[in-house]
Design a binder for this molecule. Structure first.
Ligand code: KDG
Ligand code: MG
Length: 414
């Protein structure tokens, strides 16, 4: 019997917070879904517990599409990160169950293997160029075949996304951007930002990196939504000689039309979408071919059902995927990405940061990283199991993403 018997929200914090939905059917099949929304975790946990779980009992777990539409249309209030993360968790869990019932790894239900593994990119960063080069070397030694390059900026104390720069609280800023400010209350860390200094410095860094590591290595860069269209066009142009794989999130993502200006002024490939939660957020970007890669995460874009629709829509316009895979997407969400990556024809690249050892104790995964490629493994379903004893060891610990201010104190975009 594949009728849903129960569903439970599990919040755990093995180094960072994760929200997981576990759905159990009458015959005891268990499905897992990731509902983690970095810095706003409890909003999704409550939405699931109070508004979604009561609707699930008695539904047939096999009807994945119908349940998706029921939760999306039934809410009346469409989209939004909280709603879409909650729907995503249900959707992932139901796909997990369906693949377990079929006794197949999930990618087999999504079309089977289009490739032997998914090209992954890792995160290299450094406070200065020497530290950055060391980080790139370390990633190459680990087997990475594509590398995201982030750098400290002279004159700025800390830069979001740069491991080891001092954060607003003076601690090392290892790559977990959600942290607490100083003091008893968990306020967001405040950082100072200077776009002109950034635009001056970044091309000089890519010059040195290309000089040292050659022209072949695929290099990526994340602008974290910090530029105006004109500034983004300037950066895109100044990076053209260094032949980037992509420039990510150059402008604030909600302004789709901004990418028209950027596109007209630079041939640097563009990627966007980690903060999007619906295929509708991409309508202009895709139909006008304003980007080269769609960056959604399965967790924040309504799950496997909706992400597959996005990928198929993008494929019609020759646009590829590059799903968002930082450590705030849990191993459950990352496993879902890998099954899609293996199956989708228009797969481009997969972001990959290894989760901490504590996290991997809580979430027992079957996926593997070998020679620069990720593979979801052959375990049936998503291939992730939750260790309930380990879950209990790590209780919720509030943390927020930092905010940026300009030198005059004004809040800055990202
Ligand atoms: O929660 C925010 C992070 O997921 C984000 O900062 C990571 O920009 C990011 C990336 O590209 O991985
Ligand atoms: Mg990003």
């Amino acid at each position: 019997m594949t009728t849903i018997k129960s569903a439970e929200v599990i919040v755990t914090s093995p180094g960072r917070n994760f929200v997981t939905l576990q759905i159990t059917t009458e015959d005891g099949t268990i499905g897992l879904g990731d509902a983690t929304l970095n810095g706003r975790e409890l909003a999704v946990a409550v939405y699931l517990a109070d508004h979604v779980i009561p609707l699930l009992k008695g539904r047939d777990a096999m009807n994945v599409e119908d349940t998706w539409q029921y939760l999306y249309r039934g809410a009346y209030w469409r989209r939004g990160p909280v709603t879409m993360a909650a729907i995503a968790a249900v959707d992932m869990a139901l796909w997990d169950i369906k693949a377990k019932v079929a006794e197949l790894p999930l990618y087999q239900l999504l079309g089977g293997q289009s490739r032997t593994g998914a090209l992954a990119y890792g995160h290299a960063s450094g406070r200065d160029v020497e530290e950055l080069k060391d980080s790139i070397r370390a990633h190459l030694e680990l087997g990475y075949k594509a590398i995201r390059v982030q750098t400290g900026i002279p004159g700025l104390d800390s830069v979001y996304g740069v491991a080891a720069s001092a954060g607003g609280d003076g601690d090392r800023y290892d790559y977990e951007p959600a942290r607490r400010g100083a003091g008893a209350r968990a306020l967001p860390v405040e950082e100072t930002w200077d776009t002109r200094a950034y635009l001056r410095h970044v091309p000089t860094v890519f010059e040195e990196v290309r000089h040292e590591f050659g022209v072949e290595l695929p290099l990526l860069h994340d602008g974290h939504h910090r530029m105006t269209p004109r500034e983004a066009a300037q950066l895109g142009r100044s990076l053209e000689p260094y032949d980037l794989f992509w420039l990510e999130d150059c402008t604030p993502a909600e302004d789709q039309a901004a990418l028209r200006y950027v596109r007209e002024h630079t041939t640097t490939p563009l990627a966007i979408g980690e903060v999007f939660n619906s295929v509708h957020d991409y309508q202009t970007l895709i139909t006008e071919r304003l980007v080269d890669y769609v960056r959604s995460a399965v967790t924040h874009t309504g799950g496997i059902t909706h992400l597959k629709k996005l990928a198929d829509f993008a494929s019609i316009y020759g646009i590829r995927t590059g799903f968002h895979g930082p450590t705030d997407v849990s191993p459950v969400g990352q496993a879902a990405h890998l099954h899609l990556d293996l199956a989708l024809h228009n797969f481009g690249i997969q972001e990959f940061m290894r989760h901490s050892d504590d996290t991997l104790e809580v979430f027992r995964t079957s996926y593997r990283f070998e020679d620069g490629l990720l593979h979801p493994g052959e375990r049936i379903g998503l291939g992730v199991e939750l260790d309930r004893e380990a879950v209990r060891r790590f209780s919720y610990d509030p943390a927020y993403l930092p905010v940026n201010r300009l030198a005059d104190g004004t809040m800055h975009d990202w």
